[in-house]
Design a protein around this ligand. Structure first.
Ligand code: PMP
Length: 401
C-alpha cells in the first residue's frame, strides 16, 4: 500500500524560508555560468582563525571523539559563564550550571521557546526580525505577535510599542540586538526600559546576542547589562558570527537553573550534545583571549570599512530610506518607491536586481516587512561596493531620482 504524505499538526503552519527562492535562483544562475555578486549571505566570509582550527584538530587527535554531557563539556560552560559574569552585577552569580551548549544559537532559541511557550501563549516579536523566530514560536504551538518598529528609530521597538501590543496572554518577548536584518543596535537605556517592562509584566525574554561583538561603537550592550534581574531572562549567544565559526554549530544559553534543567532534558531527547571537537574549538575561541580579540578586531575593522565604503554609494541616493547599520553586517532599505502599489516590492526588486544586474539580495518579506530588502556586506570590499553600486543605480533608474 502506498502512503501519501500528509503533514502532521506539528508543522501545520511551517513554511519554507522566504529567502530560499532567491538563493536557489542565484545558485541556478551561477550554475549557468553567470557571475553573481552574492550579498545574500548571512555569514562571515572569513575563515575561522587558525588557532581555533588547530585546537579542535588537536582535541580530536587527543581522543575527544566520544559522547559528552548533553549540556556540553565543563571547560566550555565555564568559559561562557566567566564571560557572562563580566557583564556586571545581574550576571555575577552565573556559573557553568546555568549554561547549555547547543547546535548553534538557533538550537538554544528552539530549546528556550519549547520549554517556555506553548498553546495559548503569545510571544512578542519586534519586527522586522530574523525569520526563524516566527517559525520556532509556532513550532512550540505558541503565537508570534509581530510588533513593528518605527522607521524614525531605525525600526527598533520601544517599551511603549510592546506594552500596546501585549494582551493577558503575552508570555514572552524575543530581542535581537544588533538586529538581523537591520543592523540596528539597542542602547543600554532602550534595553533598560524594555527589560523593566518585561520584568514587571512577568514575560520571559529571549535575548539573541549572536551579533553582539560585531558592532561599530564598542560591543552592543547585553540584556544582562540592562535587566533588573535575570530570573525571566534567557540570553542566547554563540561563536558563529564574531569568530567566523558558522559551520561549527556551537551556541549556548545563559538561563535560570530550572529553565536550564528543562532545556537540557529537552535537548537530551532531540540532538543530545554538540559535536565534541567543535566544543573544544569553541573553548580555544573563548579562552585564548589575546588571539581571539585580535581576530575579532581585525574582522570588525573590515566590516566597518566595507560598510563605510558602501554608505558612500548609498549617499548618492539620498531618497532611498536606509537604516544606518551600527552593528551586524547588513544593509536594510525600503525599495517600495521603485514599485508603487506593489504589495511585495522587496521581492520584485530582488528579482530585478538579480536577473538584470547579477546581484543576489534577500527580500524583506522574509522579515515580515515586504517593502524592504537586505543586502549583506559579509563579502570582500570591492564586491560589496560593486553590488551596492548596481543596486543604487537600479533604484535610481526606477524612481527617476
Ligand atoms: N540569530 C540570528 C539573528 C541570526 O541571524 C542567526 C544566523 N543567521 C542565528 C541566530 C543562528 O546562528 P547560529 O549559527 O549560532 O545557529
Amino acid at each position: 500500500m502506498s502512503v501519501a504524505f500528509r503533514p502532521s499538526e506539528n508543522i501545520a503552519l511551517l513554511r519554507e524560508s522566504a529567502t530560499i527562492a532567491v538563493s536557489a535562483r542565484a545558485r541556478a544562475l551561477k550554475a549557468e555560468g553567470r557571475a553573481i555578486i552574492d550579498l545574500g549571505a548571512g555569514e562571515p566570509d572569513f575563515d575561522t582563525p587558525a588557532f581555533i582550527r588547530d585546537a579542535a584538530a588537536a582535541a580530536m587527535h587527543a581522543g575527544a571523539t566520544r559522547y559528552t554531557a548533553t549540556e556540553g563539556i565543563l571547560p566550555l560552560r565555564e568559559a561562557v559563564a566567566a564571560m557572562a559574569r563580566e557583564y556586571g552585577p545581574v550576571a555575577a552569580d552565573v556559573t557553568a550550571r546555568d549554561i547549555v551548549i547547543s547546535n548553534g544559537s538557533k538550537q538554544s532559541i528552539f530549546n528556550a521557546c519549547f520549554v517556555l511557550f506553548g498553546p495559548g501563549d503569545e510571544v512578542l516579536v519586534p519586527t522586522p526580525s530574523w525569520t526563524s523566530y516566527y517559525e520556532i514560536v509556532q513550532l512550540a504551538r505558541a503565537t508570534p505577535v509581530p510588533v513593528y518598529g518605527d522607521r524614525a528609530r531605525d525600526l527598533k521597538v520601544t517599551a511603549d510599542d510592546l506594552a500596546r501590543a501585549a494582551t493577558p496572554r503575552t508570555r514572552g518577548l524575543m530581542l535581537n540586538s544588533p538586529c538581523n536584518p537591520t543592523g540596528a543596535v539597542y542602547s543600554a537605556d532602550e534595553l533598560r526600559a524594555i527589560l523593566a517592562l518585561a520584568h514587571e509584566r512577568g514575560w520571559w525574554v529571549i535575548s539573541d546576542e549572536i551579533y553582539r561583538r560585531i558592532c561599530y561603537e564598542g560591543d552592543a550592550p547585553s540584556a544582562l547589562q540592562a535587566a533588573p534581574g535575570r530570573d525571566n531572562l534567557v540570553v542566547v549567544d554563540g561563536v558563529a558570527k564574531a569568530y567566523a565559526m558558522t559551520g561549527w554549530r556551537v551556541g549556548w544559553s545563559i538561563a535560570p537553573l530550572d529553565v536550564t534543567r528543562a532545556m537540557t532534558a529537552f535537548q537530551s531527547h532531540a540532538t543530545f550534545h554538540m559535536a565534541s571537537m567543535a566544543q573544544h574549538g569553541a573553548v580555544a575561541a573563548l579562552t585564548r583571549r589575546a588571539e581571539s580579540e585580535a581576530a575579532i578586531a581585525g574582522m570588525v575593522a573590515q566590516y566597518r570599512e566595507r560598510r563605510d565604503a558602501a554608505l558612500a554609494v548609498f549617499a548618492t541616493a539620498p531618497h532611498l530610506p536606509l537604516v544606518r547599520p551600527a552593528g551586524a553586517f547588513y544593509f536594510y532599505f525600503d525599495v517600495s518607491a521603485a514599485f508603487p502599489g506593489d504589495p511585495d516590492a522587496g521581492s520584485t526588486f530582488a528579482k530585478r536586481v538579480l536577473e538584470e544586474h547579477g546581484v543576489a539580495i534577500v527580500p524583506g518579506a522574509a522579515f515580515k516587512t515586504p517593502d524592504w530588502v537586505r543586502a549583506s556586506y559579509a563579502a570582500p570590499r570591492d564586491v560589496v561596493v560593486e553590488g551596492i553600486t548596481r543596486i543604487v543605480a537600479l533604484y535610481r533608474s526606477l524612481t527617476g531620482r
